[in-house]
Write a protein that binds this ligand. Structure first.
Ligand code: ATP
Length: 538
């Protein structure tokens, strides 16, 4: 709220200590606008893209130059690189296919069909259409231009040209894709041989390159650790005396930048033919946070046999890692599908997001009632243990519809020996593991069997900062406001045992409520509140 500068300075001049102590009253916030119910939105990067960015920076820091390798690789390259093993590798590749371009002639029947569409087709137009079809067959007209070219040839609009294609040339609809010898690379190595064969004579040694980009695998199916497409973060060093030691050094330098501390190198049981024998090595790295050894990368020195086929006459060390697997480790995911494509799965709400969706349902609108609500809450808390018969009374005079109204609110308990308020008034709403709980302020009087659970919620859950008393008193003051509008001059208000959120005037956003129900979460906000009030309005 805005404060009166003069008033504040005067107070401070008279009694600085008091002015400072009382200054809290100027910092006010309506309960539904308090944290965690306010949220500052920010754009979120995708975890895989975030790790790619970190890997790029890490490689650049290590003096590697970034390149983009070919994604589409002819199967011939795989034969060159893998020799006798090529078939096994090609088996995991997607081959590219395309629709054939049929040789469609313009017979008399077809001309008849076109005429039946009310198109005036003379010899000239027929010749132009024939030419268009021929050009399409030869690849001079692209598939997506065909309709336009037909419309031009026949001097008709695009819509009618589409009808011509549909009715007169049904053979276009029956086309089946035909495979080519082109594949989508299944690992970065396919691209490295091609790139290096071009650079080896142009550059001084050593050549140090990296690329982080998509690869494709024709897996049997996608599962927790396999997708049809993943990112490989791969590098090469080409130099006369490169060996597997460069692999170890690069693995260490790269992975240290991601928090891994210790490394073990194990000869890979898989012996790919494009690596020199006994150089293909798996990298295991120790992550102190996860307290575990993780298989994270593979390196090897390309075989001189494969390199020679590409006119590369020096050894080349290659190291690569799967970006999605590294991201799963760093971000603690156990299913790559959910991590990469969260949009296809149920959103997982964390506790803070659920806490944010819990709000006070009914609140008064007028500012005076907000102040009054806070006053009643504070006084109720300080008198909650007064022994009955007992009561506290509030009086408020305000102008409503140009009339002066005096409101008297009495909070009471008449039953001898009881306290003014029940023991759960200070219970606070927490969210923990997606469940909503009302947790007592003090766990001392709680039964042993519940105490550990409640302590766990309190220690690790997210507090909404809302107590039962807040919800209850906001309901009371919003009812008073309603009574003023409806010209009601007295009413009684009573909350006894709380069983659900609406008993304490709380609501949960619909979407979040549905999420809680779908995921079998619980809402446990039981407890005795026992608050009686009588309101009289003059
Ligand atoms: P896996 O045994 O897990 O199927 P692989 O031995 O076939 O993997 P490599 O050919 O050594 O894997 O590929 C190198 C790295 O590429 C793997 O360790 C992994 O990080 C990643 N990778 C391979 N295939 C996939 C895939 N389908 N989805 C996600 N990442 C993959």
């Amino acid at each position: 709220m805005r404060f009166n500068i003069k008033e504040v300075l005067n107070l401070a001049e008279r009694d600085f200590e008091k002015a400072w102590r009382d200054s809290k009253k100027y910092i006010k916030k309506e309960i539904n606008k308090r944290y965690p119910r306010i949220n500052i939105e920010y754009g979120k990067p995708h975890p895989v893209m975030e790790v790619i960015q970190r890997l790029r920076e890490a490689y650049l820091r290590m003096g590697f130059e970034e390149v983009i390798n070919p994604i589409i690789v002819d199967e011939l390259e795989v034969y060159k690189q893998f020799g006798s093993e090529a078939m096994a590798v090609l088996d995991r590749c997607f081959y590219l296919a395309g629709l054939p371009r049929p040789d469609v002639g313009l017979s008399k029947e077809k001309i008849e069909i076109i005429k039946n569409l009310n198109i005036d087709i003379d010899d000239n137009k027929a010749e132009r259409l024939r030419e268009t079809l021929h050009k399409y067959k030869k690849g001079e007209v692209d598939g997506d231009d065909l309709i336009y070219e037909i419309s031009k040839a026949l001097n008709i609009d695009n819509e009618l040209a589409l009808k011509v294609l549909d009715k007169a040339f049904p053979e276009f609809k029956d086309l089946k894709p035909e495979a080519s010898s082109l594949t989508l690379r299944s690992h970065m190595t396919s691209g490295w041989f091609i790139t290096l064969s071009h650079l080896i004579k142009k550059r001084d040694l050593p050549i140090k390159l990296f690329s982080i980009d998509r690869c494709f695998r024709r897996e049997q199916r996608e599962d927790r650790s396999h997708l049809y497409s993943y990112h490989s973060a791969s590098c090469v060093i080409a130099d006369e005396d490169v060996s597997e030691d460069e692999g170890k050094a690069v693995a260490e330098a790269l992975l240290k930048q991601f928090g891994f501390t210790k490394f073990k190198f194990k000869l890979d049981e898989k012996k790919s033919k494009y690596y020199t024998p006994e150089t293909q090595t798996e990298v295991y790295a120790f992550h102190p946070k996860l307290n575990d050894w993780i298989e994270i990368a593979t390196f090897g020195v390309y075989s001189p046999v494969s390199l020679s086929k590409y006119n590369i006459d020096v050894p080349v060390m290659n190291l690569g890692l799967g970006v999605e697997r590294l991201t799963m480790v760093l971000y603690n995911y156990d299913d790559v599908r959910r991590m990469v494509y969260p949009q296809f799965y149920e959103l997982i709400l964390d506790d803070i997001e659920i806490a944010r969706a819990i709000k006070i349902d009914k609140t008064p609108i007028l500012d005076e009632f907000h102040d009054l609500t806070c006053e009643i809450i504070d006084k109720c808390i300080s008198h909650k243990d007064d022994i009955a018969p007992t009561s506290i009374t509030f009086e408020k005079t305000l102008k409503f519809n140009s009339e002066k109204r005096r409101i008297i609110i009495k909070i009471f308990e008449n039953e001898e020996g009881k306290k003014l308020l029940g023991p759960s008034v200070l219970n606070e709403i927490y969210v923990y593991n997606g469940n909503i709980y009302g947790i007592p302020k003090n766990l001392e009087g709680i039964k042993e069997e519940y105490r550990d659970v409640l302590k766990d919620v309190k220690d690790h859950g997210v507090s909404t900062g809302i107590r039962y008393i807040d919800g209850v008193i906001y309901k009371l003051t919003s009812k008073i406001e309603e009574a003023l509008v409806s010209n009601i001059d007295r009413f009684n208000f009573r909350v006894t045992i709380v069983r659900n959120l609406s008993d304490i005037n709380l609501k949960v956003d619909d979407k979040v409520m549905k999420y809680l129900m779908r995921n079998e979460k619980i809402i446990d906000v039981r407890g005795p509140v026992f608050l009686n009030a009588e309101v009289i309005i003059h």
